[in-house]
Design a protein around this ligand. Structure first.
Ligand SMILES: [Zn+2]
Length: 355
């Protein structure tokens, strides 16, 4: 998720990133044209229904969004968008958001169907504008409306009978609405790493009622980087996933934790995004027949986001990472990570979740 843009630079719905990503995939020969059936591009999807959206969002949320869009159409604003609460809308935001959420659901359909005929399903990657990582906090502009990842998790349960869904969220921000929607649900485990700057809740919130233990929020300090994420993956994400035994893994893949992202407070590099993609793929193969869908979330820089997605595709098809070359070009100066603070956060989380 991206904030603090000047109005003239606003890319509502984050539509500009997708052509960049597609062209990066093409340049890296990671498209169906070069890879045959190994990489499939799905271009026809259905729209999400209100029932789908309300699996996660408040009953009135889609109604308010639609009304705001109608208002934007009939008035003459100074800019071609309107504000709704903490977000912007354009004439097409409502329809675009239903289309994006629905595309995620079509991808879940595809992955689930493929897993019936293969030992391991191919991994899905939903490149959706607008993304779905909502952050309803004053001052921040989400550029997101419906939480596509959470909606897909609920849909997989309801329509495909996949009981247990693990959501892994490595966006630098906190996955607010999805966290709340599943807080009392023991069958949707929400595991989120995020910057402590963007997290305003208690460290030890772990779910409630029947959902006690099925929420893991890991706020991490400024300067959190590659070494820290490697440790978080090995010591928190892997054992949590093994303990939870999901039927499907959904990933909220935000790239705003990159060291060069103006929005982030972390100093991850694209090699870590490769590591996460290959590690999560392995987890999905070990635990749930490979059923896994990534959703593109935050990331301000088109080049970082598109390279990170390409790195993920390389990991999925088993090609080596090209991250060192990319990072050399970027030449970001990395500071020492606050390793003691990170270690403490990991230890505390492990203790809270008995892993
Ligand atoms: Zn974000």
């Amino acid at each position: 998720m991206d904030h603090h843009h000047k109005e003239e630079e606003l890319d509502i719905g984050r539509t500009a990133r997708v052509p960049f990503i597609l062209s990066a995939l093409e340049k890296s020969k990671l498209t169906p044209e070069f890879r045959g059936p190994e990489i499939v591009q799905i271009n026809s999807f259905r729209k999400a229904t209100l029932e789908d959206i309300r699996g996660v969002h408040d009953y009135y949320f889609p109604v308010h969004l639609r009304e705001a869009v109608e208002e934007a159409k009939t008035s003459k604003p100074r800019y071609p968008f309107h504000m709704i609460e903490f977000n912007y809308v354009t004439d097409t935001s409502y329809e675009d958001s239903l289309a994006a959420a629905g595309a995620g659901l079509s991808l879940v359909d595809y992955v689930v169907a493929a897993s019936k005929n293969n030992a391991n399903s191919p991994i899905g990657f939903a490149l959706l504008p607008p993304p779905g990582h909502n952050i309803p906090v004053v001052d921040y502009m989400g550029f997101c409306y419906f939480e596509n990842a959470g909606i897909a998790a609920r849909y997989a349960q309801r329509v495909h009978g996949l009981k247990r869904v693990l959501i892994i969220d490595f966006d630098v921000h906190f996955l607010d609405i999805t966290n709340d929607a599943f807080y009392e649900d023991p069958d949707i485990f929400v595991l989120s790493t995020h910057s402590e700057e963007w997290y305003h809740r208690k460290f030890d919130e772990t779910g409630s009622g029947r959902g006690e233990g099925a929420t893991l929020n890991l706020p991490l300090p400024n300067g959190f980087g590659d070494v820290g994420m490697r440790n978080v993956f090995d010591e928190v994400i892997v054992p949590c996933a093994q303990k939870f035994k999901p039927d499907l893994i959904i990933v909220s893949a935000g790239y705003d934790g990159h060291a060069a992202d103006p929005d982030g407070t972390f100093q991850l590099t694209t090699g870590t995004y490769y590591m996460l993609a290959s590690g999560i793929k392995r987890l999905a193969e070990d635990l749930c027949g490979g059923r896994c869908v990534f959703f593109l979330e935050g990331g301000t820089s088109e080049s970082i986001v598109s390279f990170s997605v390409a790195e993920s595709f390389r990991a999925f098809v088993g090609e080596p990472s090209m991250a060192p070359e990319f990072e050399k070009k970027y030449a970001v100066f990395l500071h020492d990570e606050p390793s003691n603070k990170i270690k403490q956060a990991i230890q505390r989380t492990k203790h809270l979740h008995s892993i």
